[in-house]
Design a protein around this ligand. Sequence first.
Ligand code: PLP
Length: 444
Amino acid sequence: MKYLKKTDPEIARLIKLEEKRQEETLMMIPSENYASEAVMEALGTRLTNKYSEGYSNARYYQGNKIIDQVETLCIERAKKLFNVPYVNVQPYSGSPANTAVFFALLEPGDKITGLSLPSGGHLTHGVPKVTFSGKYFNSVQYDVAKNGWIDYDQLEKFVLKEKPKLIVAGTTHYPRKLDFKRFAKIAEKVNAFLMADISHVVGMVIAGVYPDPVPHAHVVTTTTHKTLRGPRGAIILVTNKGLRRDPDMGKKINSAIIPGLQGGPHNNVTAALAVAFKEASKKSFTHYNEQIVKNAKVLANDLVKKGYDLQSGGTDTHVMVIDLRKQKILGNTAAEALEEAGIVLNRNKVPFDTNPPFYPSGIRMGTPGLTSRGMKEKEMKLIASWIDEVLKGISITKKGLNLDISKERKRSIREQIVYSTKVLKKINQEVKKLCKRFPVRRAY
Ligand SMILES: Cc1ncc(COP(=O)(O)O)c(C=O)c1O
């Protein structure tokens, strides 16, 4: 940061502080990860200077001969990695990628269906009223069953009744594997498009430890900064099945991105993405994703043994959600307390949660970040015991109080967790020691 320190010491200082925070805390947010130094080097290059509206060999600006090669290489690597005939690497992030697919395949007002937010879907999967996908399309959402699992017979009945034009199979906190084959069968019954959003699980799909949606879906979207460990961004894949349904599907996706939704691609991101695809094609990436699942299973089993209610009773993936209603703690209180102890995760709705998203009944956590640092089963057990200790500290002292949201809003977070400060400080010291043993890696 030679130049940054001189030009803007304030920002340089904040960047250093954030790097220190990342180094000294246990990052358990399942949608985050640590990009490699090679990915970050590509991000910080002069490719950021170039405008390249359009696609390779068809740009609206001159001077794109090199950028064309970067984008083409990135696309070719993605096509090989996912075994698909068509890829768009320009979406700025996951939300515009999903929006572009809707623009490409639907008309405003068409019916769509996706998993509801409390059940584990994403905002862009049609959450009504507050999102683009729920306002401009006629969105009807499906839920998990009472046991926290998707009931495919129930889903089929729902789809036959509602006849959506597009079905989203994708999740942000559903801890079990999706049955894309069954999704496809259901979609075929009403001639709906099937869009798989594998943002969270993409690394595991590449590694073969999670079902591959490519043979079953028409379109697949994914962010690139989660289990893929690339730069912030997203890609859209059109499958052979998609092209059989509509040979122009790829062209339609391209037009939905530009001019439909975006301007120039972020070329530095495209280059970093190409690097991430290369890293993801290594054997070590397969082992990494296998370990993510092993770690998550150990963590989930230990939490269940300690008496916590997990959505669906556990996990088959990287993610788990603890329903804290039994402990009478709100998700925000738990997340804030854990942060004080150096364990960083997020508040989360649980299925059929009646609380608002900012004061939900659960917390969500995952193992991709810890696994990137090299942690294994032994460390998961230790972390499960720390989580338990922190949560017990809150529930004993605040029993009953935290469920009242109106009171919750008036209270400062510090006030709520002040009682367990001693425990939090002690655990925080232990967390720091563990983090030192497993530094954030610079290369994969
Ligand atoms: C399944 C899924 N789709 C889409 C997105 C949106 O991605 P972004 O935050 O990059 O817009 C997310 C983000 O967490 C996600 O989990």
